[in-house]
Write a protein that binds this ligand. Structure first.
Ligand code: SER
Length: 355
């Protein structure tokens, strides 16, 4: 199943469950000085969770563009780290809670996408017996496939704002993808148990000092990385091998005249260029310009980093506008505005790359 189809199937499924489908918000946060860039599906909706603003509907679903730079050094070295990615999510603002969010996630994965139940595992927050019971009694997940995990993995927060305990769904990709350690299991850092969906039970508001205040109403915030679920459905070893990224790697292979899949060092460079290429295109498309501070600095740094990895592959001439064309080619169905902005995006890239 292609990335575009997964995105539209998800949104349609959630529409069927009463959600209003909204287009992705801009990567540039609106009226939120606490965030540099949007890094999660829930980020544009923080005020709906806290009750400071009224949502157009109490159920919303989106595929949200996200940029995260915390894992920059890992990008290209692992199967699944990105600076830019898309997050599929359904949100309840004081409407439904665990008893709906859990069965719907299960239904979407097993019935709509057809993932084998016996390969799925779930985690719940240490003392969340309510979620445990739903997984075990209503869904019928066997006890050996439900693990209780602590605050480091099963409590979701991104700076100050709405947050809460979460329950994650994993797929076992098989021992051949594992680290082989005797303690390998859900929560292990290796590639065997891949976290595919995070269901957050958003019940608290965290302030800048780290105090947690219960929110007036209970909410749901879920997030499933589109590239990741695409890698599972397409049966490929990494997000970079999905139809969402492989064409961009192909463009880089073409320019550098190297082949993907031969040498680790070359592959890392190709992946970094593909990843950063996507981030650059979407950031510029959302109005960010290269500069020495804030968002503009993130963009400048990613662009220069992509150029540096291009040099490592032996590319001596400016090349990023050609990468941008591949990015727009992949994104045109999900983000038709990219096509309109393509000329502008390439101009900004060309000017900065020249500098
Ligand atoms: N906010 C949570 C996450 O980003 C779930 O959407 O994982």
């Amino acid at each position: 199943m292609k990335g575009d189809e997964i995105r539209s199937r998800f949104l349609k499924f959630m529409e069927g469950k009463g959600h209003l489908i909204l287009p992705s918000a801009s990567l540039v946060p609106q009226d939120d000085p606490s965030l540099l860039l949007i890094g999660a599906g829930m980020a544009p909706f923080k005020r709906y969770f806290t009750g400071q603003a009224k949502p157009p509907r109490h159920r919303i679903a989106t595929s949200q563009k996200c940029v995260r730079t915390g894992d920059l050094e890992n990008v290209g070295r692992t199967a699944r780290h990105h600076t830019f990615f898309e997050m599929l999510g359904n949100f309840s603002f004081g409407d439904y809670f665990k008893s709906e969010a859990i069965p719907w996630a299960w239904e979407f994965l097993t019935e709509e996408l057809g993932l084998p139940r016996e390969k799925l595992w779930v985690s719940v927050y240490t003392d969340d017996d309510e979620a445990y019971e739903i997984w075990s009694k209503e869904i019928g997940v066997p006890a050996e496939h439900i693990v209780r995990l602590g605050k480091d993995t099963n409590f979701w927060e991104i700076g100050p704002g709405p947050c809460g305990p979460c329950s994650e769904i994993y797929i076992d990709l098989g021992p051949e993808r594992g680290c082989g350690s005797a303690t390998c299991g859900v929560g292990c850092d290796c590639d065997r148990y891949l976290e595919i969906w995070n269901l957050v039970f958003t019940q608290f508001d965290r302030d800048a000092e780290g105090n947690y205040t219960p929110l007036p109403k209970k909410n749901i915030d879920t997030g499933m990385g589109l590239e990741r679920i695409a890698s599972v459905l397409q049966g490929v070893p990494s997000n970079f091998d999905t139809d969402l990224l492989r064409p961009v790697i192909a463009a880089a292979e073409n320019i550098a005249q190297v082949e993907y899949g031969r040498q680790t060092k070359t592959d890392v460079a190709l992946k970094v260029i593909a990843d950063h290429g996507r981030a650059i295109v979407y950031l510029i498309g959302d109005g960010v310009l290269p500069s020495n501070e804030g968002r503009g600095y993130v963009l400048r740094r990613l662009l220069r980093r992509a150029v540096r990895f291009g040099r490592l592959l032996g590319i001596a001439e400016p090349f990023l506008t050609r990468i941008a064309e591949a990015v727009v080619g992949v994104g045109r169905i999900g983000y038709p505005d990219l096509v309109e902005k393509e000329g502008y995006i390439k101009e900004v890239i060309a000017r900065e790359e020249e500098r």
